[in-house]
Design a protein around this ligand. Structure first.
Ligand SMILES: *[C@@H]1O[C@H](CO)[C@@H](O)[C@H](O)[C@H]1NC(C)=O
Ligand SMILES: *[C@@H]1O[C@H](CO)[C@@H](O)[C@H](O)[C@H]1NC(C)=O
Ligand SMILES: *[C@@H]1O[C@H](CO)[C@@H](O)[C@H](O)[C@H]1NC(C)=O
Ligand SMILES: *[C@@H]1O[C@H](CO)[C@@H](O)[C@H](O)[C@H]1NC(C)=O
Ligand SMILES: *[C@@H]1O[C@H](CO)[C@@H](O)[C@H](O)[C@H]1NC(C)=O
Ligand SMILES: *[C@@H]1O[C@H](CO)[C@@H](O)[C@H](O)[C@H]1NC(C)=O
Ligand SMILES: *[C@@H]1O[C@H](CO)[C@@H](O)[C@H](O)[C@H]1NC(C)=O
Ligand SMILES: *[C@@H]1O[C@H](CO)[C@@H](O)[C@H](O)[C@H]1NC(C)=O
Length: 640
């Protein structure tokens, strides 16, 4: 936990150091931003003007007499962000036509699944085709958003436009018996990409098909959909800070294995001698993950990522490497194996061998056919001078199948089976009635960061105390809620049954974050109405016990609109579980360093307000509530 706090702090510093913007590495010929349904051109947070579709030359074009309509979104969910404020909505087919230059393009579609007046958000089901390629099929933006716990999102595709072709995007509502399904779109972005970025150049060695003995070129007739673009070991990089291609790089926090180390060196000059500069921003190569210095640990573990994907498609996996750790500078210094979906992708990965010298980035592409619902990447060290692994970035693209389709079923809103209920206790009975929504992996790491920051600061300050806490734990183990020393209205005690019901018995699909302290689950309480984040601490770790108690005590007494609230806890059968409000719109770091689009961005004024707020909060913790904080600290554990 403290490790994460430190990382969090470092990322703040890191972001501050790199504000200066550089000349983009690539200037796209086509650079179109279309704000669908907007009355006038609007300036977005990315510094670009988004053109109103009505007054643009691109459409919408409609054949039927049922005309599409422009609507404003209800911005109560905070979506005052171009292009999510307005939408083009239609119950019949409509299209946009872009007379772009020939060559490969990024096509990004922006969706804010709100209810647009009489058009209910759950009634939007539609397909999007670009020429003969189906980008989305019977697509429900609301189901996708709900499964991610987001209010809006975008999808990114790559496709090739032949000479003398135009790029058409056709939106077709799915057919339904009630005739009330509709198609909608909030924004469209088209950006030219360099020919050699993702497509296999005609003269190049082909991409290896992992586990097979033949190559798999990614050719012009294939369309790609970006599934992941991760800055491993670093934080998200906004489209504005990309290389001119407006790519969004996310952090890999939600997908990585436990116990990885984080490395970065802000002063490393990245030397793009092997790959073009537009491939990825320098920050991707300045940050990395490694396993750390424990040989015994490294021998028995892999450094792993697990990325949920739709099955039965082929995926291109691109791994970015750059040796930026000082001692590693000769071939053979660090060697490791790379497995993708448990198949050997690289027998011996030796980055310096590939790049000749350090601080030179390189990437490797692989294609895998996915039959399970995720892609795993495992790195394992081979004995060498430094018995460790390194990875700087991951990109994953879905490849269109032979009939030019990229569409796949919508995530389902499932009803979970009732939790195992052993007795007649009321919690068990109540939870039987509970219909649980199982959603996909969401995003709630920010609360961990904020909380760990606070807790870390308090915990770090003083490490002496009594064994009071130990007594407290023993007293409360397996006992009823009445023995809790904390008032119920401040911090609710949950039974283990209630927690199990909320997380479908700690189902892996609901894991939204993990680390040395344990896992964080998304949970549904009060008949699925309340979404919470449930942190289940490792039973083994004594540090866990300390954190558990500190967090309950601290957070149950500190309430502030800008703090993630602790709702309650569970301390039964040796389980240590904390329940918080779920942060639906991504993490604080997403908002701070995040992007103009995937998250609601913050203005400089808001950022300053946050700094001011955080400073006031810390001052408050250290001065005005001295009694509270010092009480907690003096009870702090000698306990270790
Ligand atoms: C993209 O277009 C906008 C105009 O909307 C322009 O200001 C910007 O400089 C262009 N960006 C690039 C990288 O060409
Ligand atoms: C036009 O709208 C009406 C009612 O909304 C619907 O019944 C009809 O099928 C639509 N026509 C076309 C060509 O989509
Ligand atoms: C694919 O398209 C690009 C850009 O249009 C072109 O330069 C390249 O030669 C094409 N590749 C093949 C194999 O046709
Ligand atoms: C579209 O998807 C929804 C649920 O995801 C499903 O109920 C519906 O039958 C599908 N419609 C078509 C035309 O495939
Ligand atoms: C749906 O549209 C079809 C064709 O336009 C029409 O025959 C049918 O009655 C409509 N159904 C409803 C429920 O409005
Ligand atoms: C960062 O890289 C620079 C340049 O290679 C090197 O001089 C410095 O020692 C490195 N710093 C750390 C902390 O590794
Ligand atoms: C980058 O690498 C090349 C080739 O090894 C070398 O000549 C050049 O000096 C390096 N540049 C920097 C800034 O290190
Ligand atoms: C590392 O991952 C590979 C591929 O999934 C697996 O075969 C191997 O057993 C793992 N090694 C360890 C030590 O977990």
């Amino acid at each position: 936990m403290e490790k994460y706090s430190v990382i969090f702090l470092i990322t703040i510093l890191q972001a501050t150091i790199f504000v200066a913007s550089e000349q983009p590495a690539y200037v796209p010929t086509d650079n179109i931003t279309l704000n669908c349904g907007a009355p006038t051109d609007l300036l977005a947070n990315d510094g670009r003007y988004w053109a109103a579709d009505k007054t643009s030359n691109f459409g919408p074009f409609e054949s039927s007499h049922n005309k599409s309509q422009a609507y404003e979104a209800d911005t109560q969910d905070g979506s005052e962000t171009v292009p999510f404020m307005t939408a083009r909505v239609s119950r019949s087919e409509f299209k946009y036509t872009f007379p772009v230059t020939s060559g490969q393009k990024f096509v990004r579609l922006y969706f804010h699944p709100a209810s647009y007046e009489e058009n209910d958000r759950s009634k939007a089901f539609f397909s999007v085709k670009a020429g003969s390629v189906t980008l989305l099929k019977n697509f429900s933006a609301s189901l996708v958003a709900d499964s991610k716990g987001r209010n809006w999102f975008f999808r990114e595709f790559c496709l090739n436009v032949e000479d003398n072709e135009v790029l058409d995007l056709v939106f077709t509502p799915s057919r339904s018996a009630s005739n009330d399904t509709y198609a909608f779109i909030n924004g469209i972005e088209i950006v030219s990409m360099p020919t050699k970025l993702y497509y296999t150049p005609p003269d190049s060695t082909y991409v290896p098909f992992v586990g097979q003995n033949y190559p798999f070129p990614v050719e012009n007739d294939t369309a790609l959909e970006m599934a992941y673009r991760l800055n491993v070991g670093g934080q998200s990089i906004s489209p504005n800070d990309d290389t001119g291609l407006f790519m969004l790089w996310s952090d890999d926090y939600l997908y990585m294995s436990e116990n990885s180390y984080f490395t970065m060196n802000n002063s490393v000059p990245i030397n793009y001698t092997m790959i073009p500069r537009y491939t990825a921003p320098e920050m991707v190569y300045r940050t990395a993950r490694t396993m750390g210095p424990s040989l015994a640990y490294n021998e028995k573990h892999n450094l792993s990522w697990r990325l949920p994907v739709g099955s039965r498609f082929s995926y291109m996996v691109r791994l970015h490497f750059c040796e930026q750790q000082d001692p590693v500078n000769s071939p053979g210094d660090r060697k490791f194996k790379v497995f993708i979906n448990s198949q050997t992708a690289e027998q011996i990965a030796d980055v310096i061998m590939w790049t000749v010298q350090g601080r030179v980035p390189i990437f490797k592409d692989y294609v895998v056919l996915v039959s399970k619902e995720y892609i795993t990447i495992d790195l394992h060290p081979i004995s060498a001078k430094y018995y460790d692994v390194i990875l700087n970035g991951i990109e994953v693209f879905k490849l269109s199948n032979s009939d030019g389709n990229l569409g796949e079923p919508n995530p389902e809103l499932q009803v979970a089976p009732p939790p195992p209920s052993d007795s007649s206790n009321s919690a068990g009975e109540k939870s039987k009635k509970r219909s649980l929504l199982i959603a996909g992996v969401g995003c709630a790491a920010g609360l961990i960061a904020i909380i760990s920051l606070l807790v870390c600061m308090v915990v770090q300050r003083q490490r002496k105390g009594t064994s009071w806490l130990c007594w407290w734990v023993k007293q409360n183990e397996g006992k009823s809620r009445r023995t809790s020393p904390l008032p119920d209205e401040l911090c609710r005690h949950f039974s283990l049954d209630e927690i199990k019901a909320a997380t479908n018995n700690f189902h892996d699909d609901l894991v939204v974050g993990k680390g040395g302290f344990g896992k964080v689950y998304k949970g549904f309480m009060d008949d699925g109405e309340k979404i919470v984040a449930i942190k289940r601490l490792n039973r083994e770790s004594s540090q866990g016990i300390r954190e558990f108690l500190t967090e309950i005590e601290m957070l149950s007494q500190l309430r502030h609109v800008h703090l993630v609230s602790l709702i309650g806890y569970c301390n039964e059968k040796r389980e240590m579980i904390l329940v918080y409000d779920f942060m639906r719109n991504g993490t604080l770091s997403d908002h701070l360093y995040g992007t103009s689009f995937a998250y609601d961005p913050l203005t400089w004024k808001q950022r300053l307000e946050i700094c001011k707020g955080a400073a006031t909060g810390l001052n408050y913790l250290h001065t005005e509530v001295r009694h509270t904080v010092s009480t907690v600290m003096s009870r702090q554990a000698t306990f270790s």
